[in-house]
Design a protein around this ligand. Structure first.
Ligand SMILES: Nc1ncnc2c1ncn2[C@@H]1O[C@H](COP(=O)(O)OP(=O)(O)OP(=O)(O)O)[C@@H](O)[C@H]1O
Length: 307
């Protein structure tokens, strides 16, 4: 069985001369909650729309459950629930009518399915409310209910927590975790806010200006963000020269305020302080700090976004 339920190979999406996606290689494994992170305009919706078959790739290939080719992808998409654009709600229809409509559209004219989806997504009490009266969070739940109708193995959700208040985010996260753990559903979801995905994602993909700059597991990301030594020095330029001679460039970073950060230090802190003292550089401060995921992401963007 193919390891990836969703895979893209060198996918390019061009609008005229503008590349909304630039040779993207995405890998979503079965069972994961994959968080696709990127700023406004990074290309997240473009990528998810391609997966949903709402537009064509300019170059490259999409593979779903290991299949490719137009007919095969069409079949594979039936096993995926998509919430990639604002679901089309009819404002005057009730929640129940809306779900019934989508059930019929998907060839499942069964009222038990409607009940099941209402229960699953926690909007049963709103079944007789008109769609136009729903809160944003309730609309997201209804969108999820629609995406879940065909009992998908995979859910693809574009910014599902966008605009939710903190308790809404918490509830939605909990719902996604339940679907993932109890129903074994693989989830690919996008957001422009890393912190929102932090509690739920098991894998991250960072998209910046159409380029997927890194895919990293949540565990590896935690490790990357762990311990960093910050040293404040009397002469950071001189110290930088010594560091360059002794340590790989990617293990440290010099900051303008006379300080240096050593990421995931391989050697005891004394080694770094000794290097300073032996070369007549005074250390005025030294501490261990934890890099936040946001800091890591900002740094990654700076590196990956150089064009
Ligand atoms: N149909 C289109 N024609 C031309 N440019 C487009 C089209 N659709 C998207 N773009 C451009 O492609 C880029 C990526 O857009 P996309 O909607 O994928 O970003 P996003 O990461 O989803 O952003 P957001 O978080 O704001 O939703 C943007 O610069 C956008 O203006």
């Amino acid at each position: 069985m193919n390891e990836y339920v969703i895979e893209t190979k060198q996918v390019v999406k061009a609008y005229g001369s503008f590349l909304a996606l630039n040779h993207v290689n995405l890998h979503v494994k079965r069972g994961e909650i994959y968080g696709l992170i990127g700023d406004n305009g990074a290309g997240k919706s473009t990528l998810l729309k391609l997966l949903a078959g709402h537009s064509y790739v300019t170059e490259g290939e999409i593979r779903l459950f290991g299949t490719y080719g137009a007919k095969e992808l069409e079949n594979s998409r039936k096993k995926i629930g998509f919430m990639v654009e604002q679901p089309g709600f009819f404002p005057n229809m009730t929640v129940e009518q809306t779900l019934t409509y989508y059930c019929i559209q998907k060839g499942i004219p069964d009222s038990r399915k409607v009940d099941e989806m209402l229960q699953l997504t926690g909007i049963d009490e709103k079944r007789r409310s008109r769609c136009k009266t729903l809160s944003l969070g309730q609309k997201q739940r209804l969108g999820l209910a629609i995406a879940m109708i065909g009992e998908p193995q995979v859910l693809v959700l574009d910014e599902p927590i966008n605009g939710l208040d903190p308790s809404g985010i918490l509830e939605f996260r909990h719902l996604l975790q339940c679907l993932n753990e109890e129903k074994n559903i693989t989830i690919l979801l996008s957001s422009h806010i890393l912190n929102e995905l932090q509690q739920v994602a098991t894998m991250y993909g960072f998209l910046n200006k159409g380029i997927l700059i890194e895919e990293v597991s949540a565990r590896a990301l935690q490790e990357k963000c762990s311990d960093c030594i910050e040293i404040i020095l009397s002469d950071v330029e001189k110290y930088a020269v010594l560091m360059e001679k002794n340590f790989p460039a990617e293990t440290y970073k010099i900051f303008p305020e006379n300080n240096i950060r050593i990421y995931k230090p391989q050697r005891p802190a004394e080694v770094y302080s000794k290097l300073a003292s032996e070369n007549d550089i005074y250390i005025t401060g030294m501490k261990t700090i934890q890099t936040s995921l946001e800091d890591y992401y900002m740094e990654l963007k700076k590196r990956g976004g150089v064009q």
